[in-house]
Write a protein that binds this ligand. Structure first.
Ligand code: PLP
Length: 339
């Protein structure tokens, strides 16, 4: 069954109601069997901890229509593990990896007509989440939980190809030194709305967060991870307990080493030493790679490779990663799971 109502060429990153979503409840100490439902509204208790105390976490991954017509999920086991860690940090019950991947596969199969055709550059974006629900008022963990997965077809992040953007350093923090920066939780995003809006108002693509303890080292680029390439063929990405451990970042680290022959370093990225980089970028599931043209800090714009051209190493990393996701290039064992 096709999908005549969607124009694949103009698809962006906007909510579209798809046919079915997965819904499972945690009650009486265990996850109940999940079901697929047409209803895209949740009916939850007014006292739900997700609403008042931010007891919730989420994930983001994509299903790709591969070159041979099959459907690829990219490293869903890693999303399952990360969601289990996020749940653990917020005292929520963990969803077993098998249940997580099964839910994702069910949602992709049930909404197959929404997967953008191969060659359009788009994908089916999956949004798994866990929320604390049930009657409650005090600050404590919820009596019940919901695990749900819905999906939305999305277009390529950059229409007409990758291009660099400028970012500005924020004076705000998205997370605390021993807080929830490494967990994919809504609270971090709520804290990032105002800094992000201020950066966009000043005509930057987004803001960059420095380490919350000393404000001297780069941590995150909006809601994506930072990487820089040095003239000595090093791939450098911040080492910090408050950075979100991105799966795109993890994958680029491995590809940089094994396929591009770069030296991979997790290290402090001092804002006063950006000259060490010849290229820089932000990476994450939504944007894949967003090349950084320049970074605005203390009234000066530091430009890396170029404000208009994408650097050669960034290009190669992008080609390798998206090649694996769309089934054009063989990936490392276990990275691609067929639906
Ligand atoms: C999700 C996320 C990322 C990117 O993670 P991926 O697994 O690569 O999508 C980076 N930073 C933050 C703050 C995030 O929430």
């Amino acid at each position: 069954m096709g999908n005549e109502s969607i124009n694949w060429d103009t698809l962006g990153f906007d909510y579209i109601k798809t046919d079915l979503r997965y819904l499972a409840y945690w009650r009486d100490g265990a996850w109940q069997p999940g079901v697929l439902t047409e209803d895209n509204k949740l009916h939850i208790a007014e006292g739900s901890t997700a609403l008042h105390y931010g007891q919730q976490c989420f994930e983001g991954l994509k299903a790709y229509r591969a070159k041979d017509g099959s459907i690829n999920l990219f490293r869903p086991d890693q999303n399952a593990l990360r969601m289990a860690r996020s749940c653990g940090r917020l005292l929520m019950p963990q969803v077993p990896t098998e249940m997580f991947i099964d839910a994702c596969k069910q949602v992709v199969k049930a909404n197959e007509r929404f997967i953008p055709p191969y060659g359009k550059g788009g994908a089916l974006y999956l949004r798994p989440f866990v929320i604390g629900v049930g009657d409650n008022i005090g600050v404590r963990t919820a009596p019940e939980f919901i695990f749900s997965v819905f999906c939305v077809p999305v277009g390529p992040y950059f229409k007409g190809g990758m291009k660099p953007h400028n970012f500005s350093i924020s004076g705000y923090d998205r997370a605390a030194p021993n807080g929830t920066g490494a967990a994919k939780v809504g609270g971090n995003y709520a804290a990032s709305l105002m800094p992000g809006a201020e950066a966009k108002q000043a005509h930057f693509a987004d803001c960059i967060y420095l380490d919350p303890a000393t404000h001297s080292k780069i941590e995150e680029v909006g809601s994506a991870n930072f990487f820089g390439i040095t003239a000595n063929n090093e791939f450098v990405t911040p080492k910090s307990a408050s950075v979100l451990p991105g799966i795109t970042r993890l994958s680029l680290m491995e590809l940089a080493q094994t396929r591009l022959g770069l030296t991979v370093i997790e290290d402090d990225v001092h804002i006063d030493n950006l000259d060490r980089f010849v290229e820089a970028g932000a990476c994450g599931t939504a944007a894949v790679i967003s090349p950084i043209g320049g970074i605005q800090h203390n009234g000066k714009l530091h430009v890396f490779h170029s404000e208009t051209e994408v650097g050669p190493v960034t290009q190669k990393l992008y080609k390798e990663l998206t090649g694996i996701q769309f089934g054009e290039v063989e990936g490392p064992a276990g990275w691609v799971i067929k639906v």
